[in-house]
Design a protein around this ligand. Structure first.
Ligand SMILES: [Zn+2]
Ligand SMILES: [Zn+2]
Length: 378
């Protein structure tokens, strides 16, 4: 559908002297018709949303009436004709959320001015097991933050109306004159009456007292991708504190803490574990069943003549790269157990072995000294 209408009043199909309430009703009607989720045209929806944003703001509407310009703040400077600050189409959906009460969202809402403080970021921690790090997981985290008020959709007003603050004349700041030893000093301070927004909320919402948000306990589901490291922070955009009067919400950061594992130690993508094998197996060789971090068991060949400190590698049984990709290896560091509880038969067998190998049980240690001397003479 090609829309050639550029006049904002025509877009919303309202007369030029339409009241704020008429504009709001017209927008609701058009938004329902054009909302992309309901099969509407995205471009048309953006246009009517933009028209509503301009015409619902008394200052921007007045500027539009006088100059025909839409009052989009040029300071955004990113060529975003819809004044969404480059936040993309998602925030248009949030505008609708604000009206039809579909939970919280990250975008700036039509009632917010640039001076309304955005919500703060929130940081929470989660404890993960090493198993969860390897497999990736999903966690519900509880946060207690200021959330967009459902009663007023975040605008702070029951009717969506606001007017210029009388205290500061809409500037959002007041001049304070302080008498000092050097004379009078004037300084600008945020206006206490409007909190710096420059607007006075009409018909303050009973749910939030006009703030547009209230503190609530909320559960946020966080996707933890495989391979995260201790101290990593995962960002959930827009899930932080709601902005004042529907301004941009902050982000939620989830800091990862990885618990120590009783078997495995991690270094990047590599897992290390210590395994003990009997001296006989070290000498003769064999196989060993080893548990992996995935909860499986793998058969690891033990070569004959394996020495203490040798490393046996199980490929791809380590930690994945963050964001997917090749897994690291599991490195098994060998400890050799020397038997300590020999019975008579075992002792006799070992003595026979020592004899066969010409390894006298009492020696002068000459072999060692020979090697040492050789080393010095080299
Ligand atoms: Zn409210
Ligand atoms: Zn004020």
């Amino acid at each position: 559908m090609e829309r050639t209408v550029s006049d904002l009043y025509e877009l919303l199909e309202v007369p030029r002297d339409a009241s704020p309430e008429e504009i709001k009703r017209a927008y609701r009607r058009q938004a329902r018709r054009h909302h992309p989720d309901a099969g509407g045209d995205e471009e048309a929806f953006k246009q009517i949303t933009h028209a509503f944003q301009v015409l619902s703001d008394p200052q921007r509407r007045a500027r539009y009436d006088r100059f025909g310009d839409d009052g989009t703040p040029s300071t955004r400077g990113n060529g975003d004709p819809f004044g969404f600050g480059g936040a993309g189409f998602g925030s248009v959906g949030d505008v609708i959320d604000a009206f039809f009460g579909a939970g919280f969202g990250g975008g700036a809402r039509p009632g917010a001015t640039r001076r309304d403080a955005p919500g703060r970021d929130v940081l929470v921690g989660v404890e993960l097991t090493l198993e969860e790090v390897v497999a990736g997981t999903r966690r519900d985290v509880e946060v207690e933050v200021a959330t967009a008020c459902e009663t007023c959709g975040g605008s702070g007003s029951l009717t969506g109306g606001s007017s210029r603050c009388r205290e500061c004349g809409g500037a959002g700041q007041v001049q304070r004159v302080v008498r000092t030893a050097f004379g009078q000093l004037a300084s600008a301070a945020p206006c206490g009456a409007c909190g710096g927004s420059g607007r006075r909320i009409e018909d303050p919402c009973t749910g939030c007292g006009g703030e547009g948000r209230r503190t609530q306990r909320r559960t946020v589901t966080v996707e933890v991708p495989p391979g995260v490291e201790d101290g990593n922070r995962l960002r959930v955009a827009g899930a932080g504190e709601a902005g004042r009067h529907g301004a941009q919400a902050g982000d939620l950061f989830v800091e990862v803490h990885v618990q120590e594992h009783e078997l495995f130690e991690r270094d990047g993508r590599t897992l290390y574990a210590e395994i003990s094998i009997p001296a006989t197996q070290a000498a003769l060789g064999g196989t060993l069943a080893v548990p992996t971090i995935d909860g499986d068991e793998v058969e690891v060949p033990v070569p004959s003549g394996t020495q203490p400190g040798d490393v046996l590698t199980v490929r791809r049984a380590g930690v994945p790269m963050p964001g997917g990709g090749r897994r690291g290896d599991l490195q098994l560091v060998v400890r050799v157990e020397v038997p300590t509880d020999l019975d008579t038969a075992q002792r006799e067998l070992l003595e026979r072995l020592a004899e066969l190998r010409d390894e006298p049980l009492s020696s002068s240690g000459q072999g060692l000294f020979t090697r040492l001397r050789d080393a010095f003479q080299r």
